[in-house]
Design a protein around this ligand. Structure first.
Ligand code: MRU
Length: 367
């Protein structure tokens, strides 16, 4: 089935079930082999969903945490409980700064209220973050589309992406995939090189699934193929998301992003990072200040998929006793980033470029 672009409200990554008063998420650990929604009903289930990556992607992690904090306040509206719940949610994943940003936004919304009013205000704040995320991603799509239109390829526009920065990583549209959906909808012939993104394979499991369902032509490649594709002129631009961007423009994104940026620069191919302002950590002077999540070595040593009968199976790939190192993100220095594409427009990846973004934020609304 080919879905319309953009994805419909019925097929977003996270939704509020008003009748049951619960949040529902797509369990992304089961994609692409099954599309299953599950309810988050307790603080523990929110923490579990984020830490096990049933939800993942920087903006979606933040929005999920915001609803989790609202849920915690519905059970106990004291500020002590809010602080405990916030600390538990914050501890789930360390790199994506949207998590901290969303928890701080919800906390600010309830801080001055009497306890009986806090839960409703927190829920309203979480709903607002969700609505704004959809609007901001759509704007990122429009600004990114301007950059894509400026490229004049002989044939289809070949875009390389990494990990998943589509609507599964946000609520709708995505960050890096938003300009691609906009270009496709505008009738621009696009083709996307999707790198598998070892070890958790978000490119293969999520990005390819999203693009296929939207009818956007795409081809999966092993991560190691990307340098050769860039070298032989098969890529017109690289477009990725970000989990945290430092105040000097250094971009933290899924492990493997840095190698693509190096190969893009060596071959004169533009490298764009698309991100909402909520992904910029103004408190981090450079990428060196960003905490990089270390994940379990079993993600490298084994793979999970389905067998011929559709049953989920884990297969151990490495020899007995093998050890692995598994950093989940890397830093791409600002000097390798052609531009940062945000809801406020595209900016140079530098302290000066981000200062311009900041002054635009204070003087205008996005777009
Ligand atoms: O470990 P994940 O799957 O949460 O990592 C996600 C990414 O690295 C995305 O590229 C990033 O969050 C940008 S998504 C809008």
């Amino acid at each position: 089935m080919t879905l319309s672009v953009p994805p419909t409200e019925a097929l977003c990554s996270l939704r509020w079930n008003a009748e049951r008063q619960v949040v529902e998420i797509i369990d992304q650990t089961l994609l692409p082999h099954g599309l299953h929604w599950c309810e988050l009903q307790s603080l523990e289930s929110y923490c579990h969903a984020i830490s096990t990556m049933q939800v993942r992607g920087a903006p979606l992690i933040g929005i999920t945490a915001a609803f989790g904090l609202a849920q915690a306040l519905a059970l106990n509206p004291t500020m002590e409980h809010l602080q405990r719940a916030s600390a538990a949610l914050l501890a789930t994943r360390p790199t994506a700064v949207n998590l901290r940003w969303a928890l701080e936004a919800v906390t600010a919304a309830v801080h001055d209220l009497e306890p009986p009013n806090r839960a409703a205000a927190a829920l309203a704040a979480a709903q607002l973050l969700r609505t704004r995320d959809i609007a901001n991603c759509a704007r990122i799509g429009e600004h990114g589309l301007l950059l894509l239109r400026a490229i004049k390829p002989a044939g289809p526009l070949n875009i390389m992406t990494h990990c998943n920065a589509g609507w599964l990583a946000t609520v709708q549209w995505g960050t890096a995939l938003a300009p691609i959906y906009k270009a496709h909808a505008a009738g621009i012939p696009v083709h996307v090189w999707v790198s598998e993104t070892r070890p958790r394979n978000q490119g293969m499991h999520l990005t390819a699934w999203e693009l296929q369902r939207a009818g956007v032509p795409c081809t999966l490649v092993a991560d190691n193929s990307c340098g050769q594709l860039l070298r032989r002129g098969a890529v017109d631009c690289v477009l990725v998301g970000s989990d945290r961007t430092a105040a000097n423009g250094d971009v933290c994104n899924k492990i493997g992003t840095y190698l693509k940026a190096l190969a893009a620069r060596a071959n004169g191919v533009p490298f764009y990072a698309a991100l909402p302002e909520s992904t910029i950590d103004w408190r981090c002077a450079s990428g060196d200040d960003i905490p990089i999540e270390e994940r379990t070595e079993s993600e490298v040593l084994a793979v999970t998929g389905v067998d011929a009968r559709g049953q989920r199976q884990e297969l151990v790939l490495a020899g007995s006793g093998a050890r692995a190192h598994n950093p989940a993100f890397d830093i791409t220095p600002a000097a390798l980033v052609t531009a940062l594409v945000t809801e406020y427009g595209s900016f140079e990846a530098s302290a000066e470029g981000l200062a311009r973004l900041r002054s635009q934020m204070s003087s205008s609304s996005p777009m």
